[in-house]
Design a protein around this ligand. Structure first.
Ligand code: GLA
Length: 381
């Protein structure tokens, strides 16, 4: 009896934090069953949930947006209001897995900058999924929560994202990057030891409206590539299964754009493997080179960069104290990730902020992030 009462108290309310992520390398590879090298950072979304006595009425407040809405667990659907869909989507996907929930109140806040490429959306989804799982003792494991969060984005938000962001937010580990095989979901942690260097993010503070539609277009283009390649290689399932020789062999069968998309994915997967090796060998110069190549591949082959991102990367190329720089995340805005000598950071940030402001009339926001643990319970209310 005593234990049951205690259980009830523990699960009457919960506070969960879920981090944003960086990605060292491996962009637009996740939905092609490829490899990525992300890590969770010290910027979080926080979800405070408590049961509210009702059978199915839920109230959600987004403190940063100063907005709120209500819905009924038995009858709800997508809304035209973007942020609400992240939460509704998670609830829906958990219900699809058989979750029985009751009415709850939820407050959301956080400091993961929206549209920065640090994946505030996955952080939000994971915080809510994890909190609901605990609050209602749903019994799902982390992988089920990660996949539910991803499906929420597919079905309610409308972006056919891969699994990297949700995985990194949920599974992050302090001081470690995660090498994730997005096909098998096998993963390994590696310490990110950058010695005299550190990671600097530069937020362009632009988020071009193309981002979501072009994202889905890229995914469709990769599938078209797979379809063409299957004519010659019927056993392949995904671009993951193709090597450069095979791609070149089929080049004449595909439109130029499709070839470029496939070319990016194949070279980027190799870069992730090479970067992991470089990190393990402490070869930071090689890591930096791979990061630059990743950017140029995203800029020219995959065409998901934008003038602001390209400008910021170009500013680093003649600086011997910066080992590598590239756009990070889905593209069309957000942050660049830079590996820069610690002692030069302040001077560079001042310099690049001024020239960025002069060129685009936009403020640049720098972030120095540390690598932290993934989704966790903070404390009960
Ligand atoms: C977004 C998506 C991820 C991934 C990246 C690009 O962040 O949510 O799944 O595809 O873009 O690497």
């Amino acid at each position: 009896m005593e234990t049951l009462d205690k259980e009830k108290i523990i699960h009457a309310s919960i506070v969960v934090q879920s981090p944003g992520r960086i990605n060292i390398i491996g962009e637009h590879t996740d939905y092609n069953d490829g490899f990525v090298l992300p890590a969770a950072v010290d910027k979080n979304m926080i979800a405070r949930l408590k049961r509210n006595e009702s059978a199915s009425h839920c109230k959600i407040k987004a403190l940063n947006l100063q907005a709120c809405f209500s819905f009924d667990l038995q009858h709800f659907s997508r809304t035209s209001n973007g942020w609400q869909n992240y939460i509704l989507g998670v609830v829906h996907e958990l219900q699809q897995l058989g979750a029985q929930m009751q009415g709850f109140d939820c407050e959301i806040e956080g400091d993961v900058p929206i549209g920065s490429g640090m994946s505030s959306s996955a952080a939000l989804e994971c915080s809510v999924a994890y909190a609901l799982n605990e609050l209602f003792d749903l019994g799902f494991d982390k992988f089920q929560l990660i996949k539910s969060a991803q499906r929420a984005e597919h079905h309610f938000v409308g972006t056919k994202c891969g699994i990297m962001d949700q995985f990194a937010s949920m599974m992050g580990k302090k001081g470690q990057v995660i090498l994730l095989d997005c096909r098998s979901l096998e993963y390994h942690y590696f310490p990110l030891d950058l010695g005299d260097y550190q990671i600097l993010l530069l937020n362009t503070n632009v988020s071009h409206s193309l981002a979501s539609s072009e994202y889905n277009t890229r995914r469709a283009e990769c599938e078209e590539g797979v379809g063409i390649l299957q004519e010659t290689y019927p056993d392949i399932k995904n671009l993951r299964d193709i090597n450069m020789e095979q791609l070149l062999h089929s080049k004449h069968q595909m439109p130029k754009t499709i070839f470029q998309r496939c070319h990016h994915v194949i070279t980027e997967n190799q870069r992730v493997i090479d970067a992991t090796q470089a990190l393990q060998n402490g070869n930071l110069h090689q890591l930096g080179e791979l990061i630059y190549h990743s950017h140029f591949s995203l800029q020219y082959d995959y065409e998901v960069s934008c003038p602001e991102l390209d400008f910021l990367v170009a500013q680093t190329q003649d600086k011997d104290y910066i080992l590598g720089a590239r756009m990070m995340g889905g593209g069309f805005g957000g942050c660049t990730i830079n590996i820069i000598k610690k002692t030069k950071l302040e001077r560079f940030v001042n310099h690049v902020s001024t020239i960025y402001q002069n060129r685009f009339d936009i403020n640049l926001t720098p972030y120095t992030v540390s690598i932290e643990d993934g989704t966790s319970e903070l404390k009960s209310l």
